[in-house]
Write a protein that binds this ligand. Structure first.
Ligand code: C2E
Ligand code: MG
Ligand code: MG
Ligand code: MG
Length: 288
């Protein structure tokens, strides 16, 4: 009996693997197609100054709604694009579109763009970013490039020199998802940074978990000490927001302020923010 069980479980496992591989082959095929025909677009999520609840910029976030697969998360297709060598082409395409979109925004707003460690190894990246921004009349000072601790893993010197060159042209450098990677503080601080983004996992638990609060206070303090802006991602409710304000965090981002919207929806988001900055949560009103 044991033999039969073993046998069937092995077969089940094999079938599972086949299905897994088929799915992966399909996603890969669809991704190649989507990249080739520019089917992936960016949506834009507001970042808000925690002093006055005004929108200060938007982060471009890739969105792929495939005819066959439906909505695919960037958490899935960005790593796949990196693996199969498509991230360069995809990243260039998305950056160009994002610059074309951002040129219509008010001139005081920045556009933040995520760049993966693989893209940073491209020696021509800086020239391309600057050329595309210039083509769209977008000052480099309005660009923020978001990197993660994964850039510290290999060819760190190349990544650092790319960041340094961008920064010399006025582009701001943001360390994304801070607190989740494996880089040392010394490594992180050897990078030319303007802003530190506190990872969502700490923000999610800041009200209920003492450890998350301690980590957030430490990161905000670290940012202050080095003259950097701190930003909290994943703010979903007013309790989290007031806790971050109380602890001196500079900027915020999250569903409480708004999800990522298509380029065409930005104007409405801005209009609403100007007339009523943070409609549900104005200073002086109940709860603040
Ligand atoms: P990220 O750069 O850390 O972006 C923040 C993620 O948190 C986004 O997920 C955003 O939609 C989500 N988020 C924001 N506020 C909230 C909130 O209040 N609650 C919750 N639950 N989530 C919130 P998204 O759009 O799925 O992107 C996932 C990751 O994929 C990004 O993380 C980034 O690392 C990567 N990514 C997205 N677009 C690009 C791109 O164009 N290029 C590259 N290289 N990576 C990208
Ligand atoms: Mg980001
Ligand atoms: Mg992040
Ligand atoms: Mg993230």
């Amino acid at each position: 009996r044991g033999e039969t069980d073993d046998h069937s479980s092995v077969r089940f496992f094999e079938m599972g693997m086949d299905a897994h591989i088929d799915r992966r082959v399909l996603i890969e095929k669809r991704l190649r197609r989507a990249v080739a025909c520019d089917a992936i677009v960016s949506h834009y999520q507001p970042l808000v100054s925690l002093d006055d609840n005004r929108i200060v910029g938007f982060e471009a976030l890739a969105r792929w709604n495939d005819d066959v697969l439906g909505e695919v998360s960037p958490e899935a297709f960005i790593p796949l694009a990196e693996e199969i060598g498509l991230i360069g082409v995809l990243g260039d395409h998305l950056f160009r579109r994002a610059c074309a979109d951002a040129r219509h925004w008010p001139g005081n707003l920045f556009m933040a763009f995520n760049v993966s460690a693989i893209q940073l190894k491209d020696p021509d990246l800086v020239d391309r970013i600057l050329a595309v921004a210039a083509e769209h009349g977008l000052s480099p000072a309005r660009l923020e490039i978001e990197i993660t601790e994964s850039v510290m893993v290999e060819r760190v010197d190349e990544a650092r020199s790319t960041m340094t060159r961008l920064r010399e042209h006025g582009v701001h450098i943001v360390l994304d998802d801070f607190g989740t990677g494996y880089a040392t503080l010394a490594q992180l601080l050897s990078f030319p940074l303007d802003k530190i983004k506190i990872d969502r996992r700490f923000v999610t638990h800041v009200v209920t978990d003492r450890h998350s609060l301690v980590v957030i206070r430490a990161i905000v303090g670290l940012a202050k000490g080095f003259g950097l802006i701190s930003v909290a991602e994943g703010i979903e409710d007013p309790e989290q927001l007031s806790c971050l304000k109380r602890n001196g965090c500079t900027q915020g981002q999250g569903h409480w302020f708004g999800q990522a919207v298509p380029a065409a929806g930005i104007e409405a988001v801005l209009a609403k923010n100007i007339t009523t900055p943070s409609p549900r949560y104005r200073p002086g009103t109940k709860g603040e």
